[in-house]
Design a protein around this ligand. Structure first.
Ligand SMILES: Cc1cc2nc3c(=O)[nH]c(=O)nc-3n(C[C@H](O)[C@H](O)[C@H](O)COP(=O)(O)O)c2cc1C
Length: 192
């Protein structure tokens, strides 16, 4: 499937160690001539860290996509009524955002985008990156895996010895996972 002309939302949440890989994949979507709108959670647009300054992330997102990121809940809300996206990807998705999404909480621009998009019965793709995937968040992953129109980029344990509950998505599988989700399928194998 060609992604040319597809409208793709990419919502960054506060898994900062994954941002570099996320930007590389964002560039690939633009290279495929997809029309990409980024959205940042409040954490993603406000926590400077050892992984970089948030202002540089926001600027980089705009440079790659040519479109200003959505940084507030009011900016993200029109995704619903305007049916602005063919697919939305939480990329990366923190344990925090995963837990809130699974429990119907909508208090960041990324979660507003997800709620607004899901009301249109269109696919939402999740790229998990969390140290508690096999702990407190396991049940939320289960809830979302069983939810209508929700798909996952395949994921696996990244450091079983030092972080036994941590799981992270294979971000390089973004494009095939999008293609499958747009056709209503979960890209498999989902655990790898
Ligand atoms: C430097 C840094 C790295 C972080 N990395 C992760 C991560 O990889 N996964 C995660 O779930 N949370 C991570 N967090 C915690 C989240 O940023 C925090 O839970 C935040 O409230 C998430 O908000 P959001 O889900 O709305 O973006 C990190 C925080 C900091 C400061």
């Amino acid at each position: 499937m060609s992604l040319k002309g597809k409208t793709i939302g990419v919502a960054f949440t506060g898994s900062f160690c994954t941002f570099e890989k996320a930007f590389q994949e964002l560039q690939k979507l633009v290279d495929e001539e997809a029309l990409v709108q980024t959205i940042f959670s409040d954490a993603a647009s406000s926590f400077d860290s050892r992984f970089g300054k948030v202002q540089s992330f926001i600027e980089r997102a705009e440079e790659i996509t040519g479109v200003k990121p959505m940084l507030t809940i009011p900016q993200a809300e029109p995704i619903g009524p305007g049916s602005l996206l063919d697919i939305l990807v939480l990329f990366p998705c923190t344990g925090n955002t995963l837990a809130k999404l699974a429990n119907g909480i909508t208090d960041t621009p990324a979660l507003m985008a997800a709620k607004a998009h899901l009301r249109n019965n269109k696919p939402l793709l999740i790229s998990i990156s969390t140290n508690d995937a096999l702990g407190m968040n396991m049940r939320n992953i289960g809830l979302l895996m069983n939810a209508k129109n929700v798909y996952f980029i395949p994921f696996g344990q990244d450091n079983p010895k030092k972080k036994p509950n941590s799981m992270i998505a294979h971000t390089e599988l973004l494009i095939p996972s999008i293609e499958a989700a747009l056709e209503g399928h979960q890209y498999q194998p989902v655990i790898q």
